[in-house]
Design a protein around this ligand. Structure first.
Ligand code: SF4
Ligand code: SF4
Length: 297
């Protein structure tokens, strides 16, 4: 079955790895140890994880992690002087399409072989690293050969039991030891040399994905994406960017509509389609505020 699953995923340029459910306690302990490090104070992502349901070994034997390429999307706005690019980092843009594809592929293959699958909320990057599929970068992201850090991880549990599981200690790419470009390019100093965890209390993404006003210490010219931040990824030598950027033209009037129209439902059908494709409808209440930092109104 694994071969069949693998060749189906390859059609989408995706790869996968499998973790033995017996390792869930080690994943929990790694995450708990990070929770206790000062760098990680108030880390709500870590607190979101609940490992207890996955310890029921009667119904769950394995965790599958899938990596699917996810490009940077650029909304390119024509202007009389020069085009203005509004960037959307990897992971956001083709989220819905990836989730739908994986769900369909999984249902088809696992169902056919009599196995069940269950959705999970687990630390996917750590699972990808420990299962040998990825390595950490110094920017807190994970890297896979041929994809760099421009991919989205999806995880699910199954009663499928593999004959062979890989398990490695979490490790960072060797190049990071003498590179440090992501650390230098992070505007908020959220990264620390030799540490693959981001200080989320300083990371722009943590602020511009949420409603509210930005803290005073975030400089207006540090903003660089419609949502999220691309600074520590775009300088990384492992992100060659060839074929990893997709450009979508957008009219100035449509950008004005994002700024001026309060309700997503009141936008034109064309603009709604663009934003839904990019998964930006989920963040609509933040876009007006964020876009104001990217273009001169
Ligand atoms: S920019 Fe350099 S230090 Fe940062 S993740 Fe990439 S290789 Fe590692
Ligand atoms: S996403 Fe931006 S703010 Fe966050 S660590 Fe990377 S460069 Fe720094």
């Amino acid at each position: 079955m694994l071969q069949e699953f693998s060749s189906e995923l390859r059609k989408r340029d995706s790869v996968f790895s499998v973790v033995n459910i017996n390792k869930i306690a080690e994943i929990e302990s790694e995450i708990t140890s990070q929770r206790n490090i000062l760098f990680f104070e108030n880390n709500h992502h870590i607190d979101d994880y609940n490992f207890e349901p996955y310890k029921d070994k009667n119904s769950i034997n394995s965790i599958f992690i899938i990596a699917t390429p996810s490009p940077i999307y650029i909304l390119r706005m024509k202007s009389s002087k020069e085009d203005i690019d509004i960037k959307i980092p990897p992971i956001y843009g083709n989220r819905n399409q990836i989730l739908e594809d994986i769900k369909n592929t999984t249902a088809k293959i696992f169902g056919k072989h009599g196995f069940s699958t269950f959705p999970v909320i687990l630390p996917k990057k750590l699972l990808a690293v420990c299962s040998g599929m990825a390595q950490y970068g110094n920017n807190g992201l994970t890297y896979i050969n041929g994809m760099g850090s421009y991919f989205r991880l999806t995880a699910f549990a199954s009663d499928f039991r593999s004959d062979h599981y890989t398990w490695l200690k979490p490790s960072m790419m060797k190049t990071c030891q003498y590179c440090g470009k992501c650390i230098e390019n992070c505007p908020t100093k959220a990264l620390k040399r030799g540490n693959p965890w981001v200080n989320i209390n300083r990371c722009i993404t943590e602020f511009n994905e949420r409603d509210g006003t930005f803290p005073d210490w975030i400089h207006s010219d540090w903003h660089n994406c419609l949502v999220g931040c691309i600074r520590c990824q775009e300088v990384c030598p492992y992100n060659s960017q060839k074929g990893q950027i997709k450009i979508i033209p957008i009219e100035r009037s449509e950008v004005n509509d994002i700024i001026n129209i309060k309700r997503f439902d009141d936008l034109s059908e064309h603009l709604k389609r663009i934003l839904i494709t990019l998964n930006m409808d989920r963040y609509y209440s933040k876009l007006k505020r964020n876009i104001g930092y990217l273009i001169k109104q």
